[in-house]
Design a protein around this ligand. Structure first.
Ligand SMILES: [Mg+2]
Length: 420
């Protein structure tokens, strides 16, 4: 382990988080420390959910998958008549709904929602579901998990955060991210300026390299010109992140990382192919800038390795791709034990942006800024938050469960999705 890197992390992440973490004594959480596999095993084995305030069974009577346009919905009823509507990941559900209906859903029907964590293990073993680990399995598990959490939230009249130990913040600072590549640095600057105009955001992310491109830039020379140009344009007050989407080998990854360091960037995401955990670690060890990764990762054991070995400095589980909030919380708690922050990846579509805001509200070792794409394509009502970025932050809803309601007319117009 590079001691320079450890010292840098200690100071930079602690300072960054001090601005947003409410309790004064939490800065130690981001001080890197050595953890053992046994400690991390313990975190993986311990239940996450706090359920003592749900005093009666909440039996899952029915779950219907519905679709209205590109939006998928789950309408879940408990015995006794309680009904909730939640929003799965739209693109992933479109790809994998037969698996959801045949292989995931049956595990949860007729069960007490309070046994959710045990059911997550059952669904992984059910049939040969574990053979589908990845996008075929986990977004569907996340969908049913979110439905059961919503049921529990409404049954107990408690916000989602209470099931994860309680909210530690309510206003979540966000960053905006550009999805562009292939344009000139000047065109990208213009795009970034429009993106952040009027939002009040104090952080932004843009793309480096060529995306899974074996060191090729897109177009050639863009990254080397863009990195200093973004800093010059937005000044020292803006926190800047660069995401290479698996573009580089070790040597090029380190070279680009040094460029980011020279211009004071906040983190460097996915320098190497995402499943090249070892090369990613080599890059991270060589640099002082924190390296972030994990958006494609669905194995808790791989996360465990990344954390124990400090293969990255910031973990980025996706709340849908990785199987839901409970699994992401296990990742966050392992990271906390190692003094690392978590910055969840935000998959677009559906209500992914609200899921990230909720997760940030109850996760003590969350990073200073969350990705935000407030882009629901359907009507959602919320009386405790505008769900919009205001002054660079988004207010987390406080009502029961997710604290929002999909428009009943939109739900009524949705058609059931069934197996042919
Ligand atoms: Mg990324």
């Amino acid at each position: 382990m590079n001691t320079t890197r450890r010292n840098f992390l200690k100071h930079s992440t602690a300072a960054a988080c001090a601005a947003v973490v409410l309790p004064a004594a939490t800065s130690d959480r981001t001080t890197p420390k050595k953890v053992t596999k046994a400690e991390l095993d313990g975190i993986l084995d311990r239940p996450v959910l706090k359920l003592d305030f749900v005093t009666a069974p909440v039996v899952v009577e029915s779950v219907e998958l519905l679709r209205n346009g590109e939006t998928y919905l789950l309408r879940t009823r408990a015995r006794g008549g309680l009904e909730v509507v939640t929003v799965p990941h739209p693109v992933r559900m479109a790809h994998s709904y037969p698996t959801f209906l045949k292989s995931i859903l049956p595990v949860f029907l007729g069960k007490d929602a309070r046994t959710l964590e045990a059911l997550l293990w059952e669904v992984y073993r059910h049939g040969s579901n574990y053979k589908m680990q990845g996008l075929a399995l986990w977004p569907g598990v996340a969908a049913i998990e979110m439905a059961l959490l919503e049921l529990l939230g409404h049954a107990a009249r408690r916000p989602l955060a209470d099931f994860f130990g309680g909210a530690v913040r309510r206003d979540i600072p966000v960053y905006y991210a550009s999805g562009n590549r292939g344009n000139t640095p000047e065109a990208e600057i213009e795009h970034l300026q429009k993106l952040v105009a009027g939002s009040g955001v104090r952080a932004l992310k843009f793309r480096l390299g060529g995306r899974m491109s074996r060191n090729e830039d897109f177009p050639p020379g863009r990254t080397d010109r863009l990195v200093p140009l973004v800093r010059r344009t937005f000044g020292e007050g803006m926190t800047l992140y660069g995401d290479s989407n698996s573009s580089y080998d070790v040597a090029e990854g380190i070279r680009v990382g040094r460029l980011l360091e020279a211009h004071g960037y906040g983190f460097y995401e996915e320098p190497c192919p995402f499943d090249q955990l070892w090369e990613t670690k080599e890059v991270a060890d060589a640099l002082t800038i924190p390296v972030a990764g994990g958006e494609q990762e669905y194995s808790l054991r791989n996360f465990q390795w990344m954390i124990e070995q400090r293969g990255v400095d910031i973990v980025q589980p996706d709340l849908h791709y990785g199987g839901g909030l409970i699994r992401a919380t296990k990742v966050a708690r392992m990271a906390a034990a190692a003094g690392m922050p978590v910055v969840p990846h935000m998959s677009g579509g559906g209500l992914g942006y609200v899921d990230v805001v909720q997760f940030a509200a109850f996760t003590p070792n969350i990073g200073p800024f969350m990705e935000f794409k407030g882009n629901a394509k359907f009507p959602v009502a919320c009386d405790s938050s505008s769900l919009k970025c205001e002054n660079g932050q988004v207010r987390c809803p406080t009502g029961p469960g997710w604290g929002l309601k999909v428009d009943p007319d939109f739900v009524r117009a949705a058609k059931p999705v069934t197996l042919a």
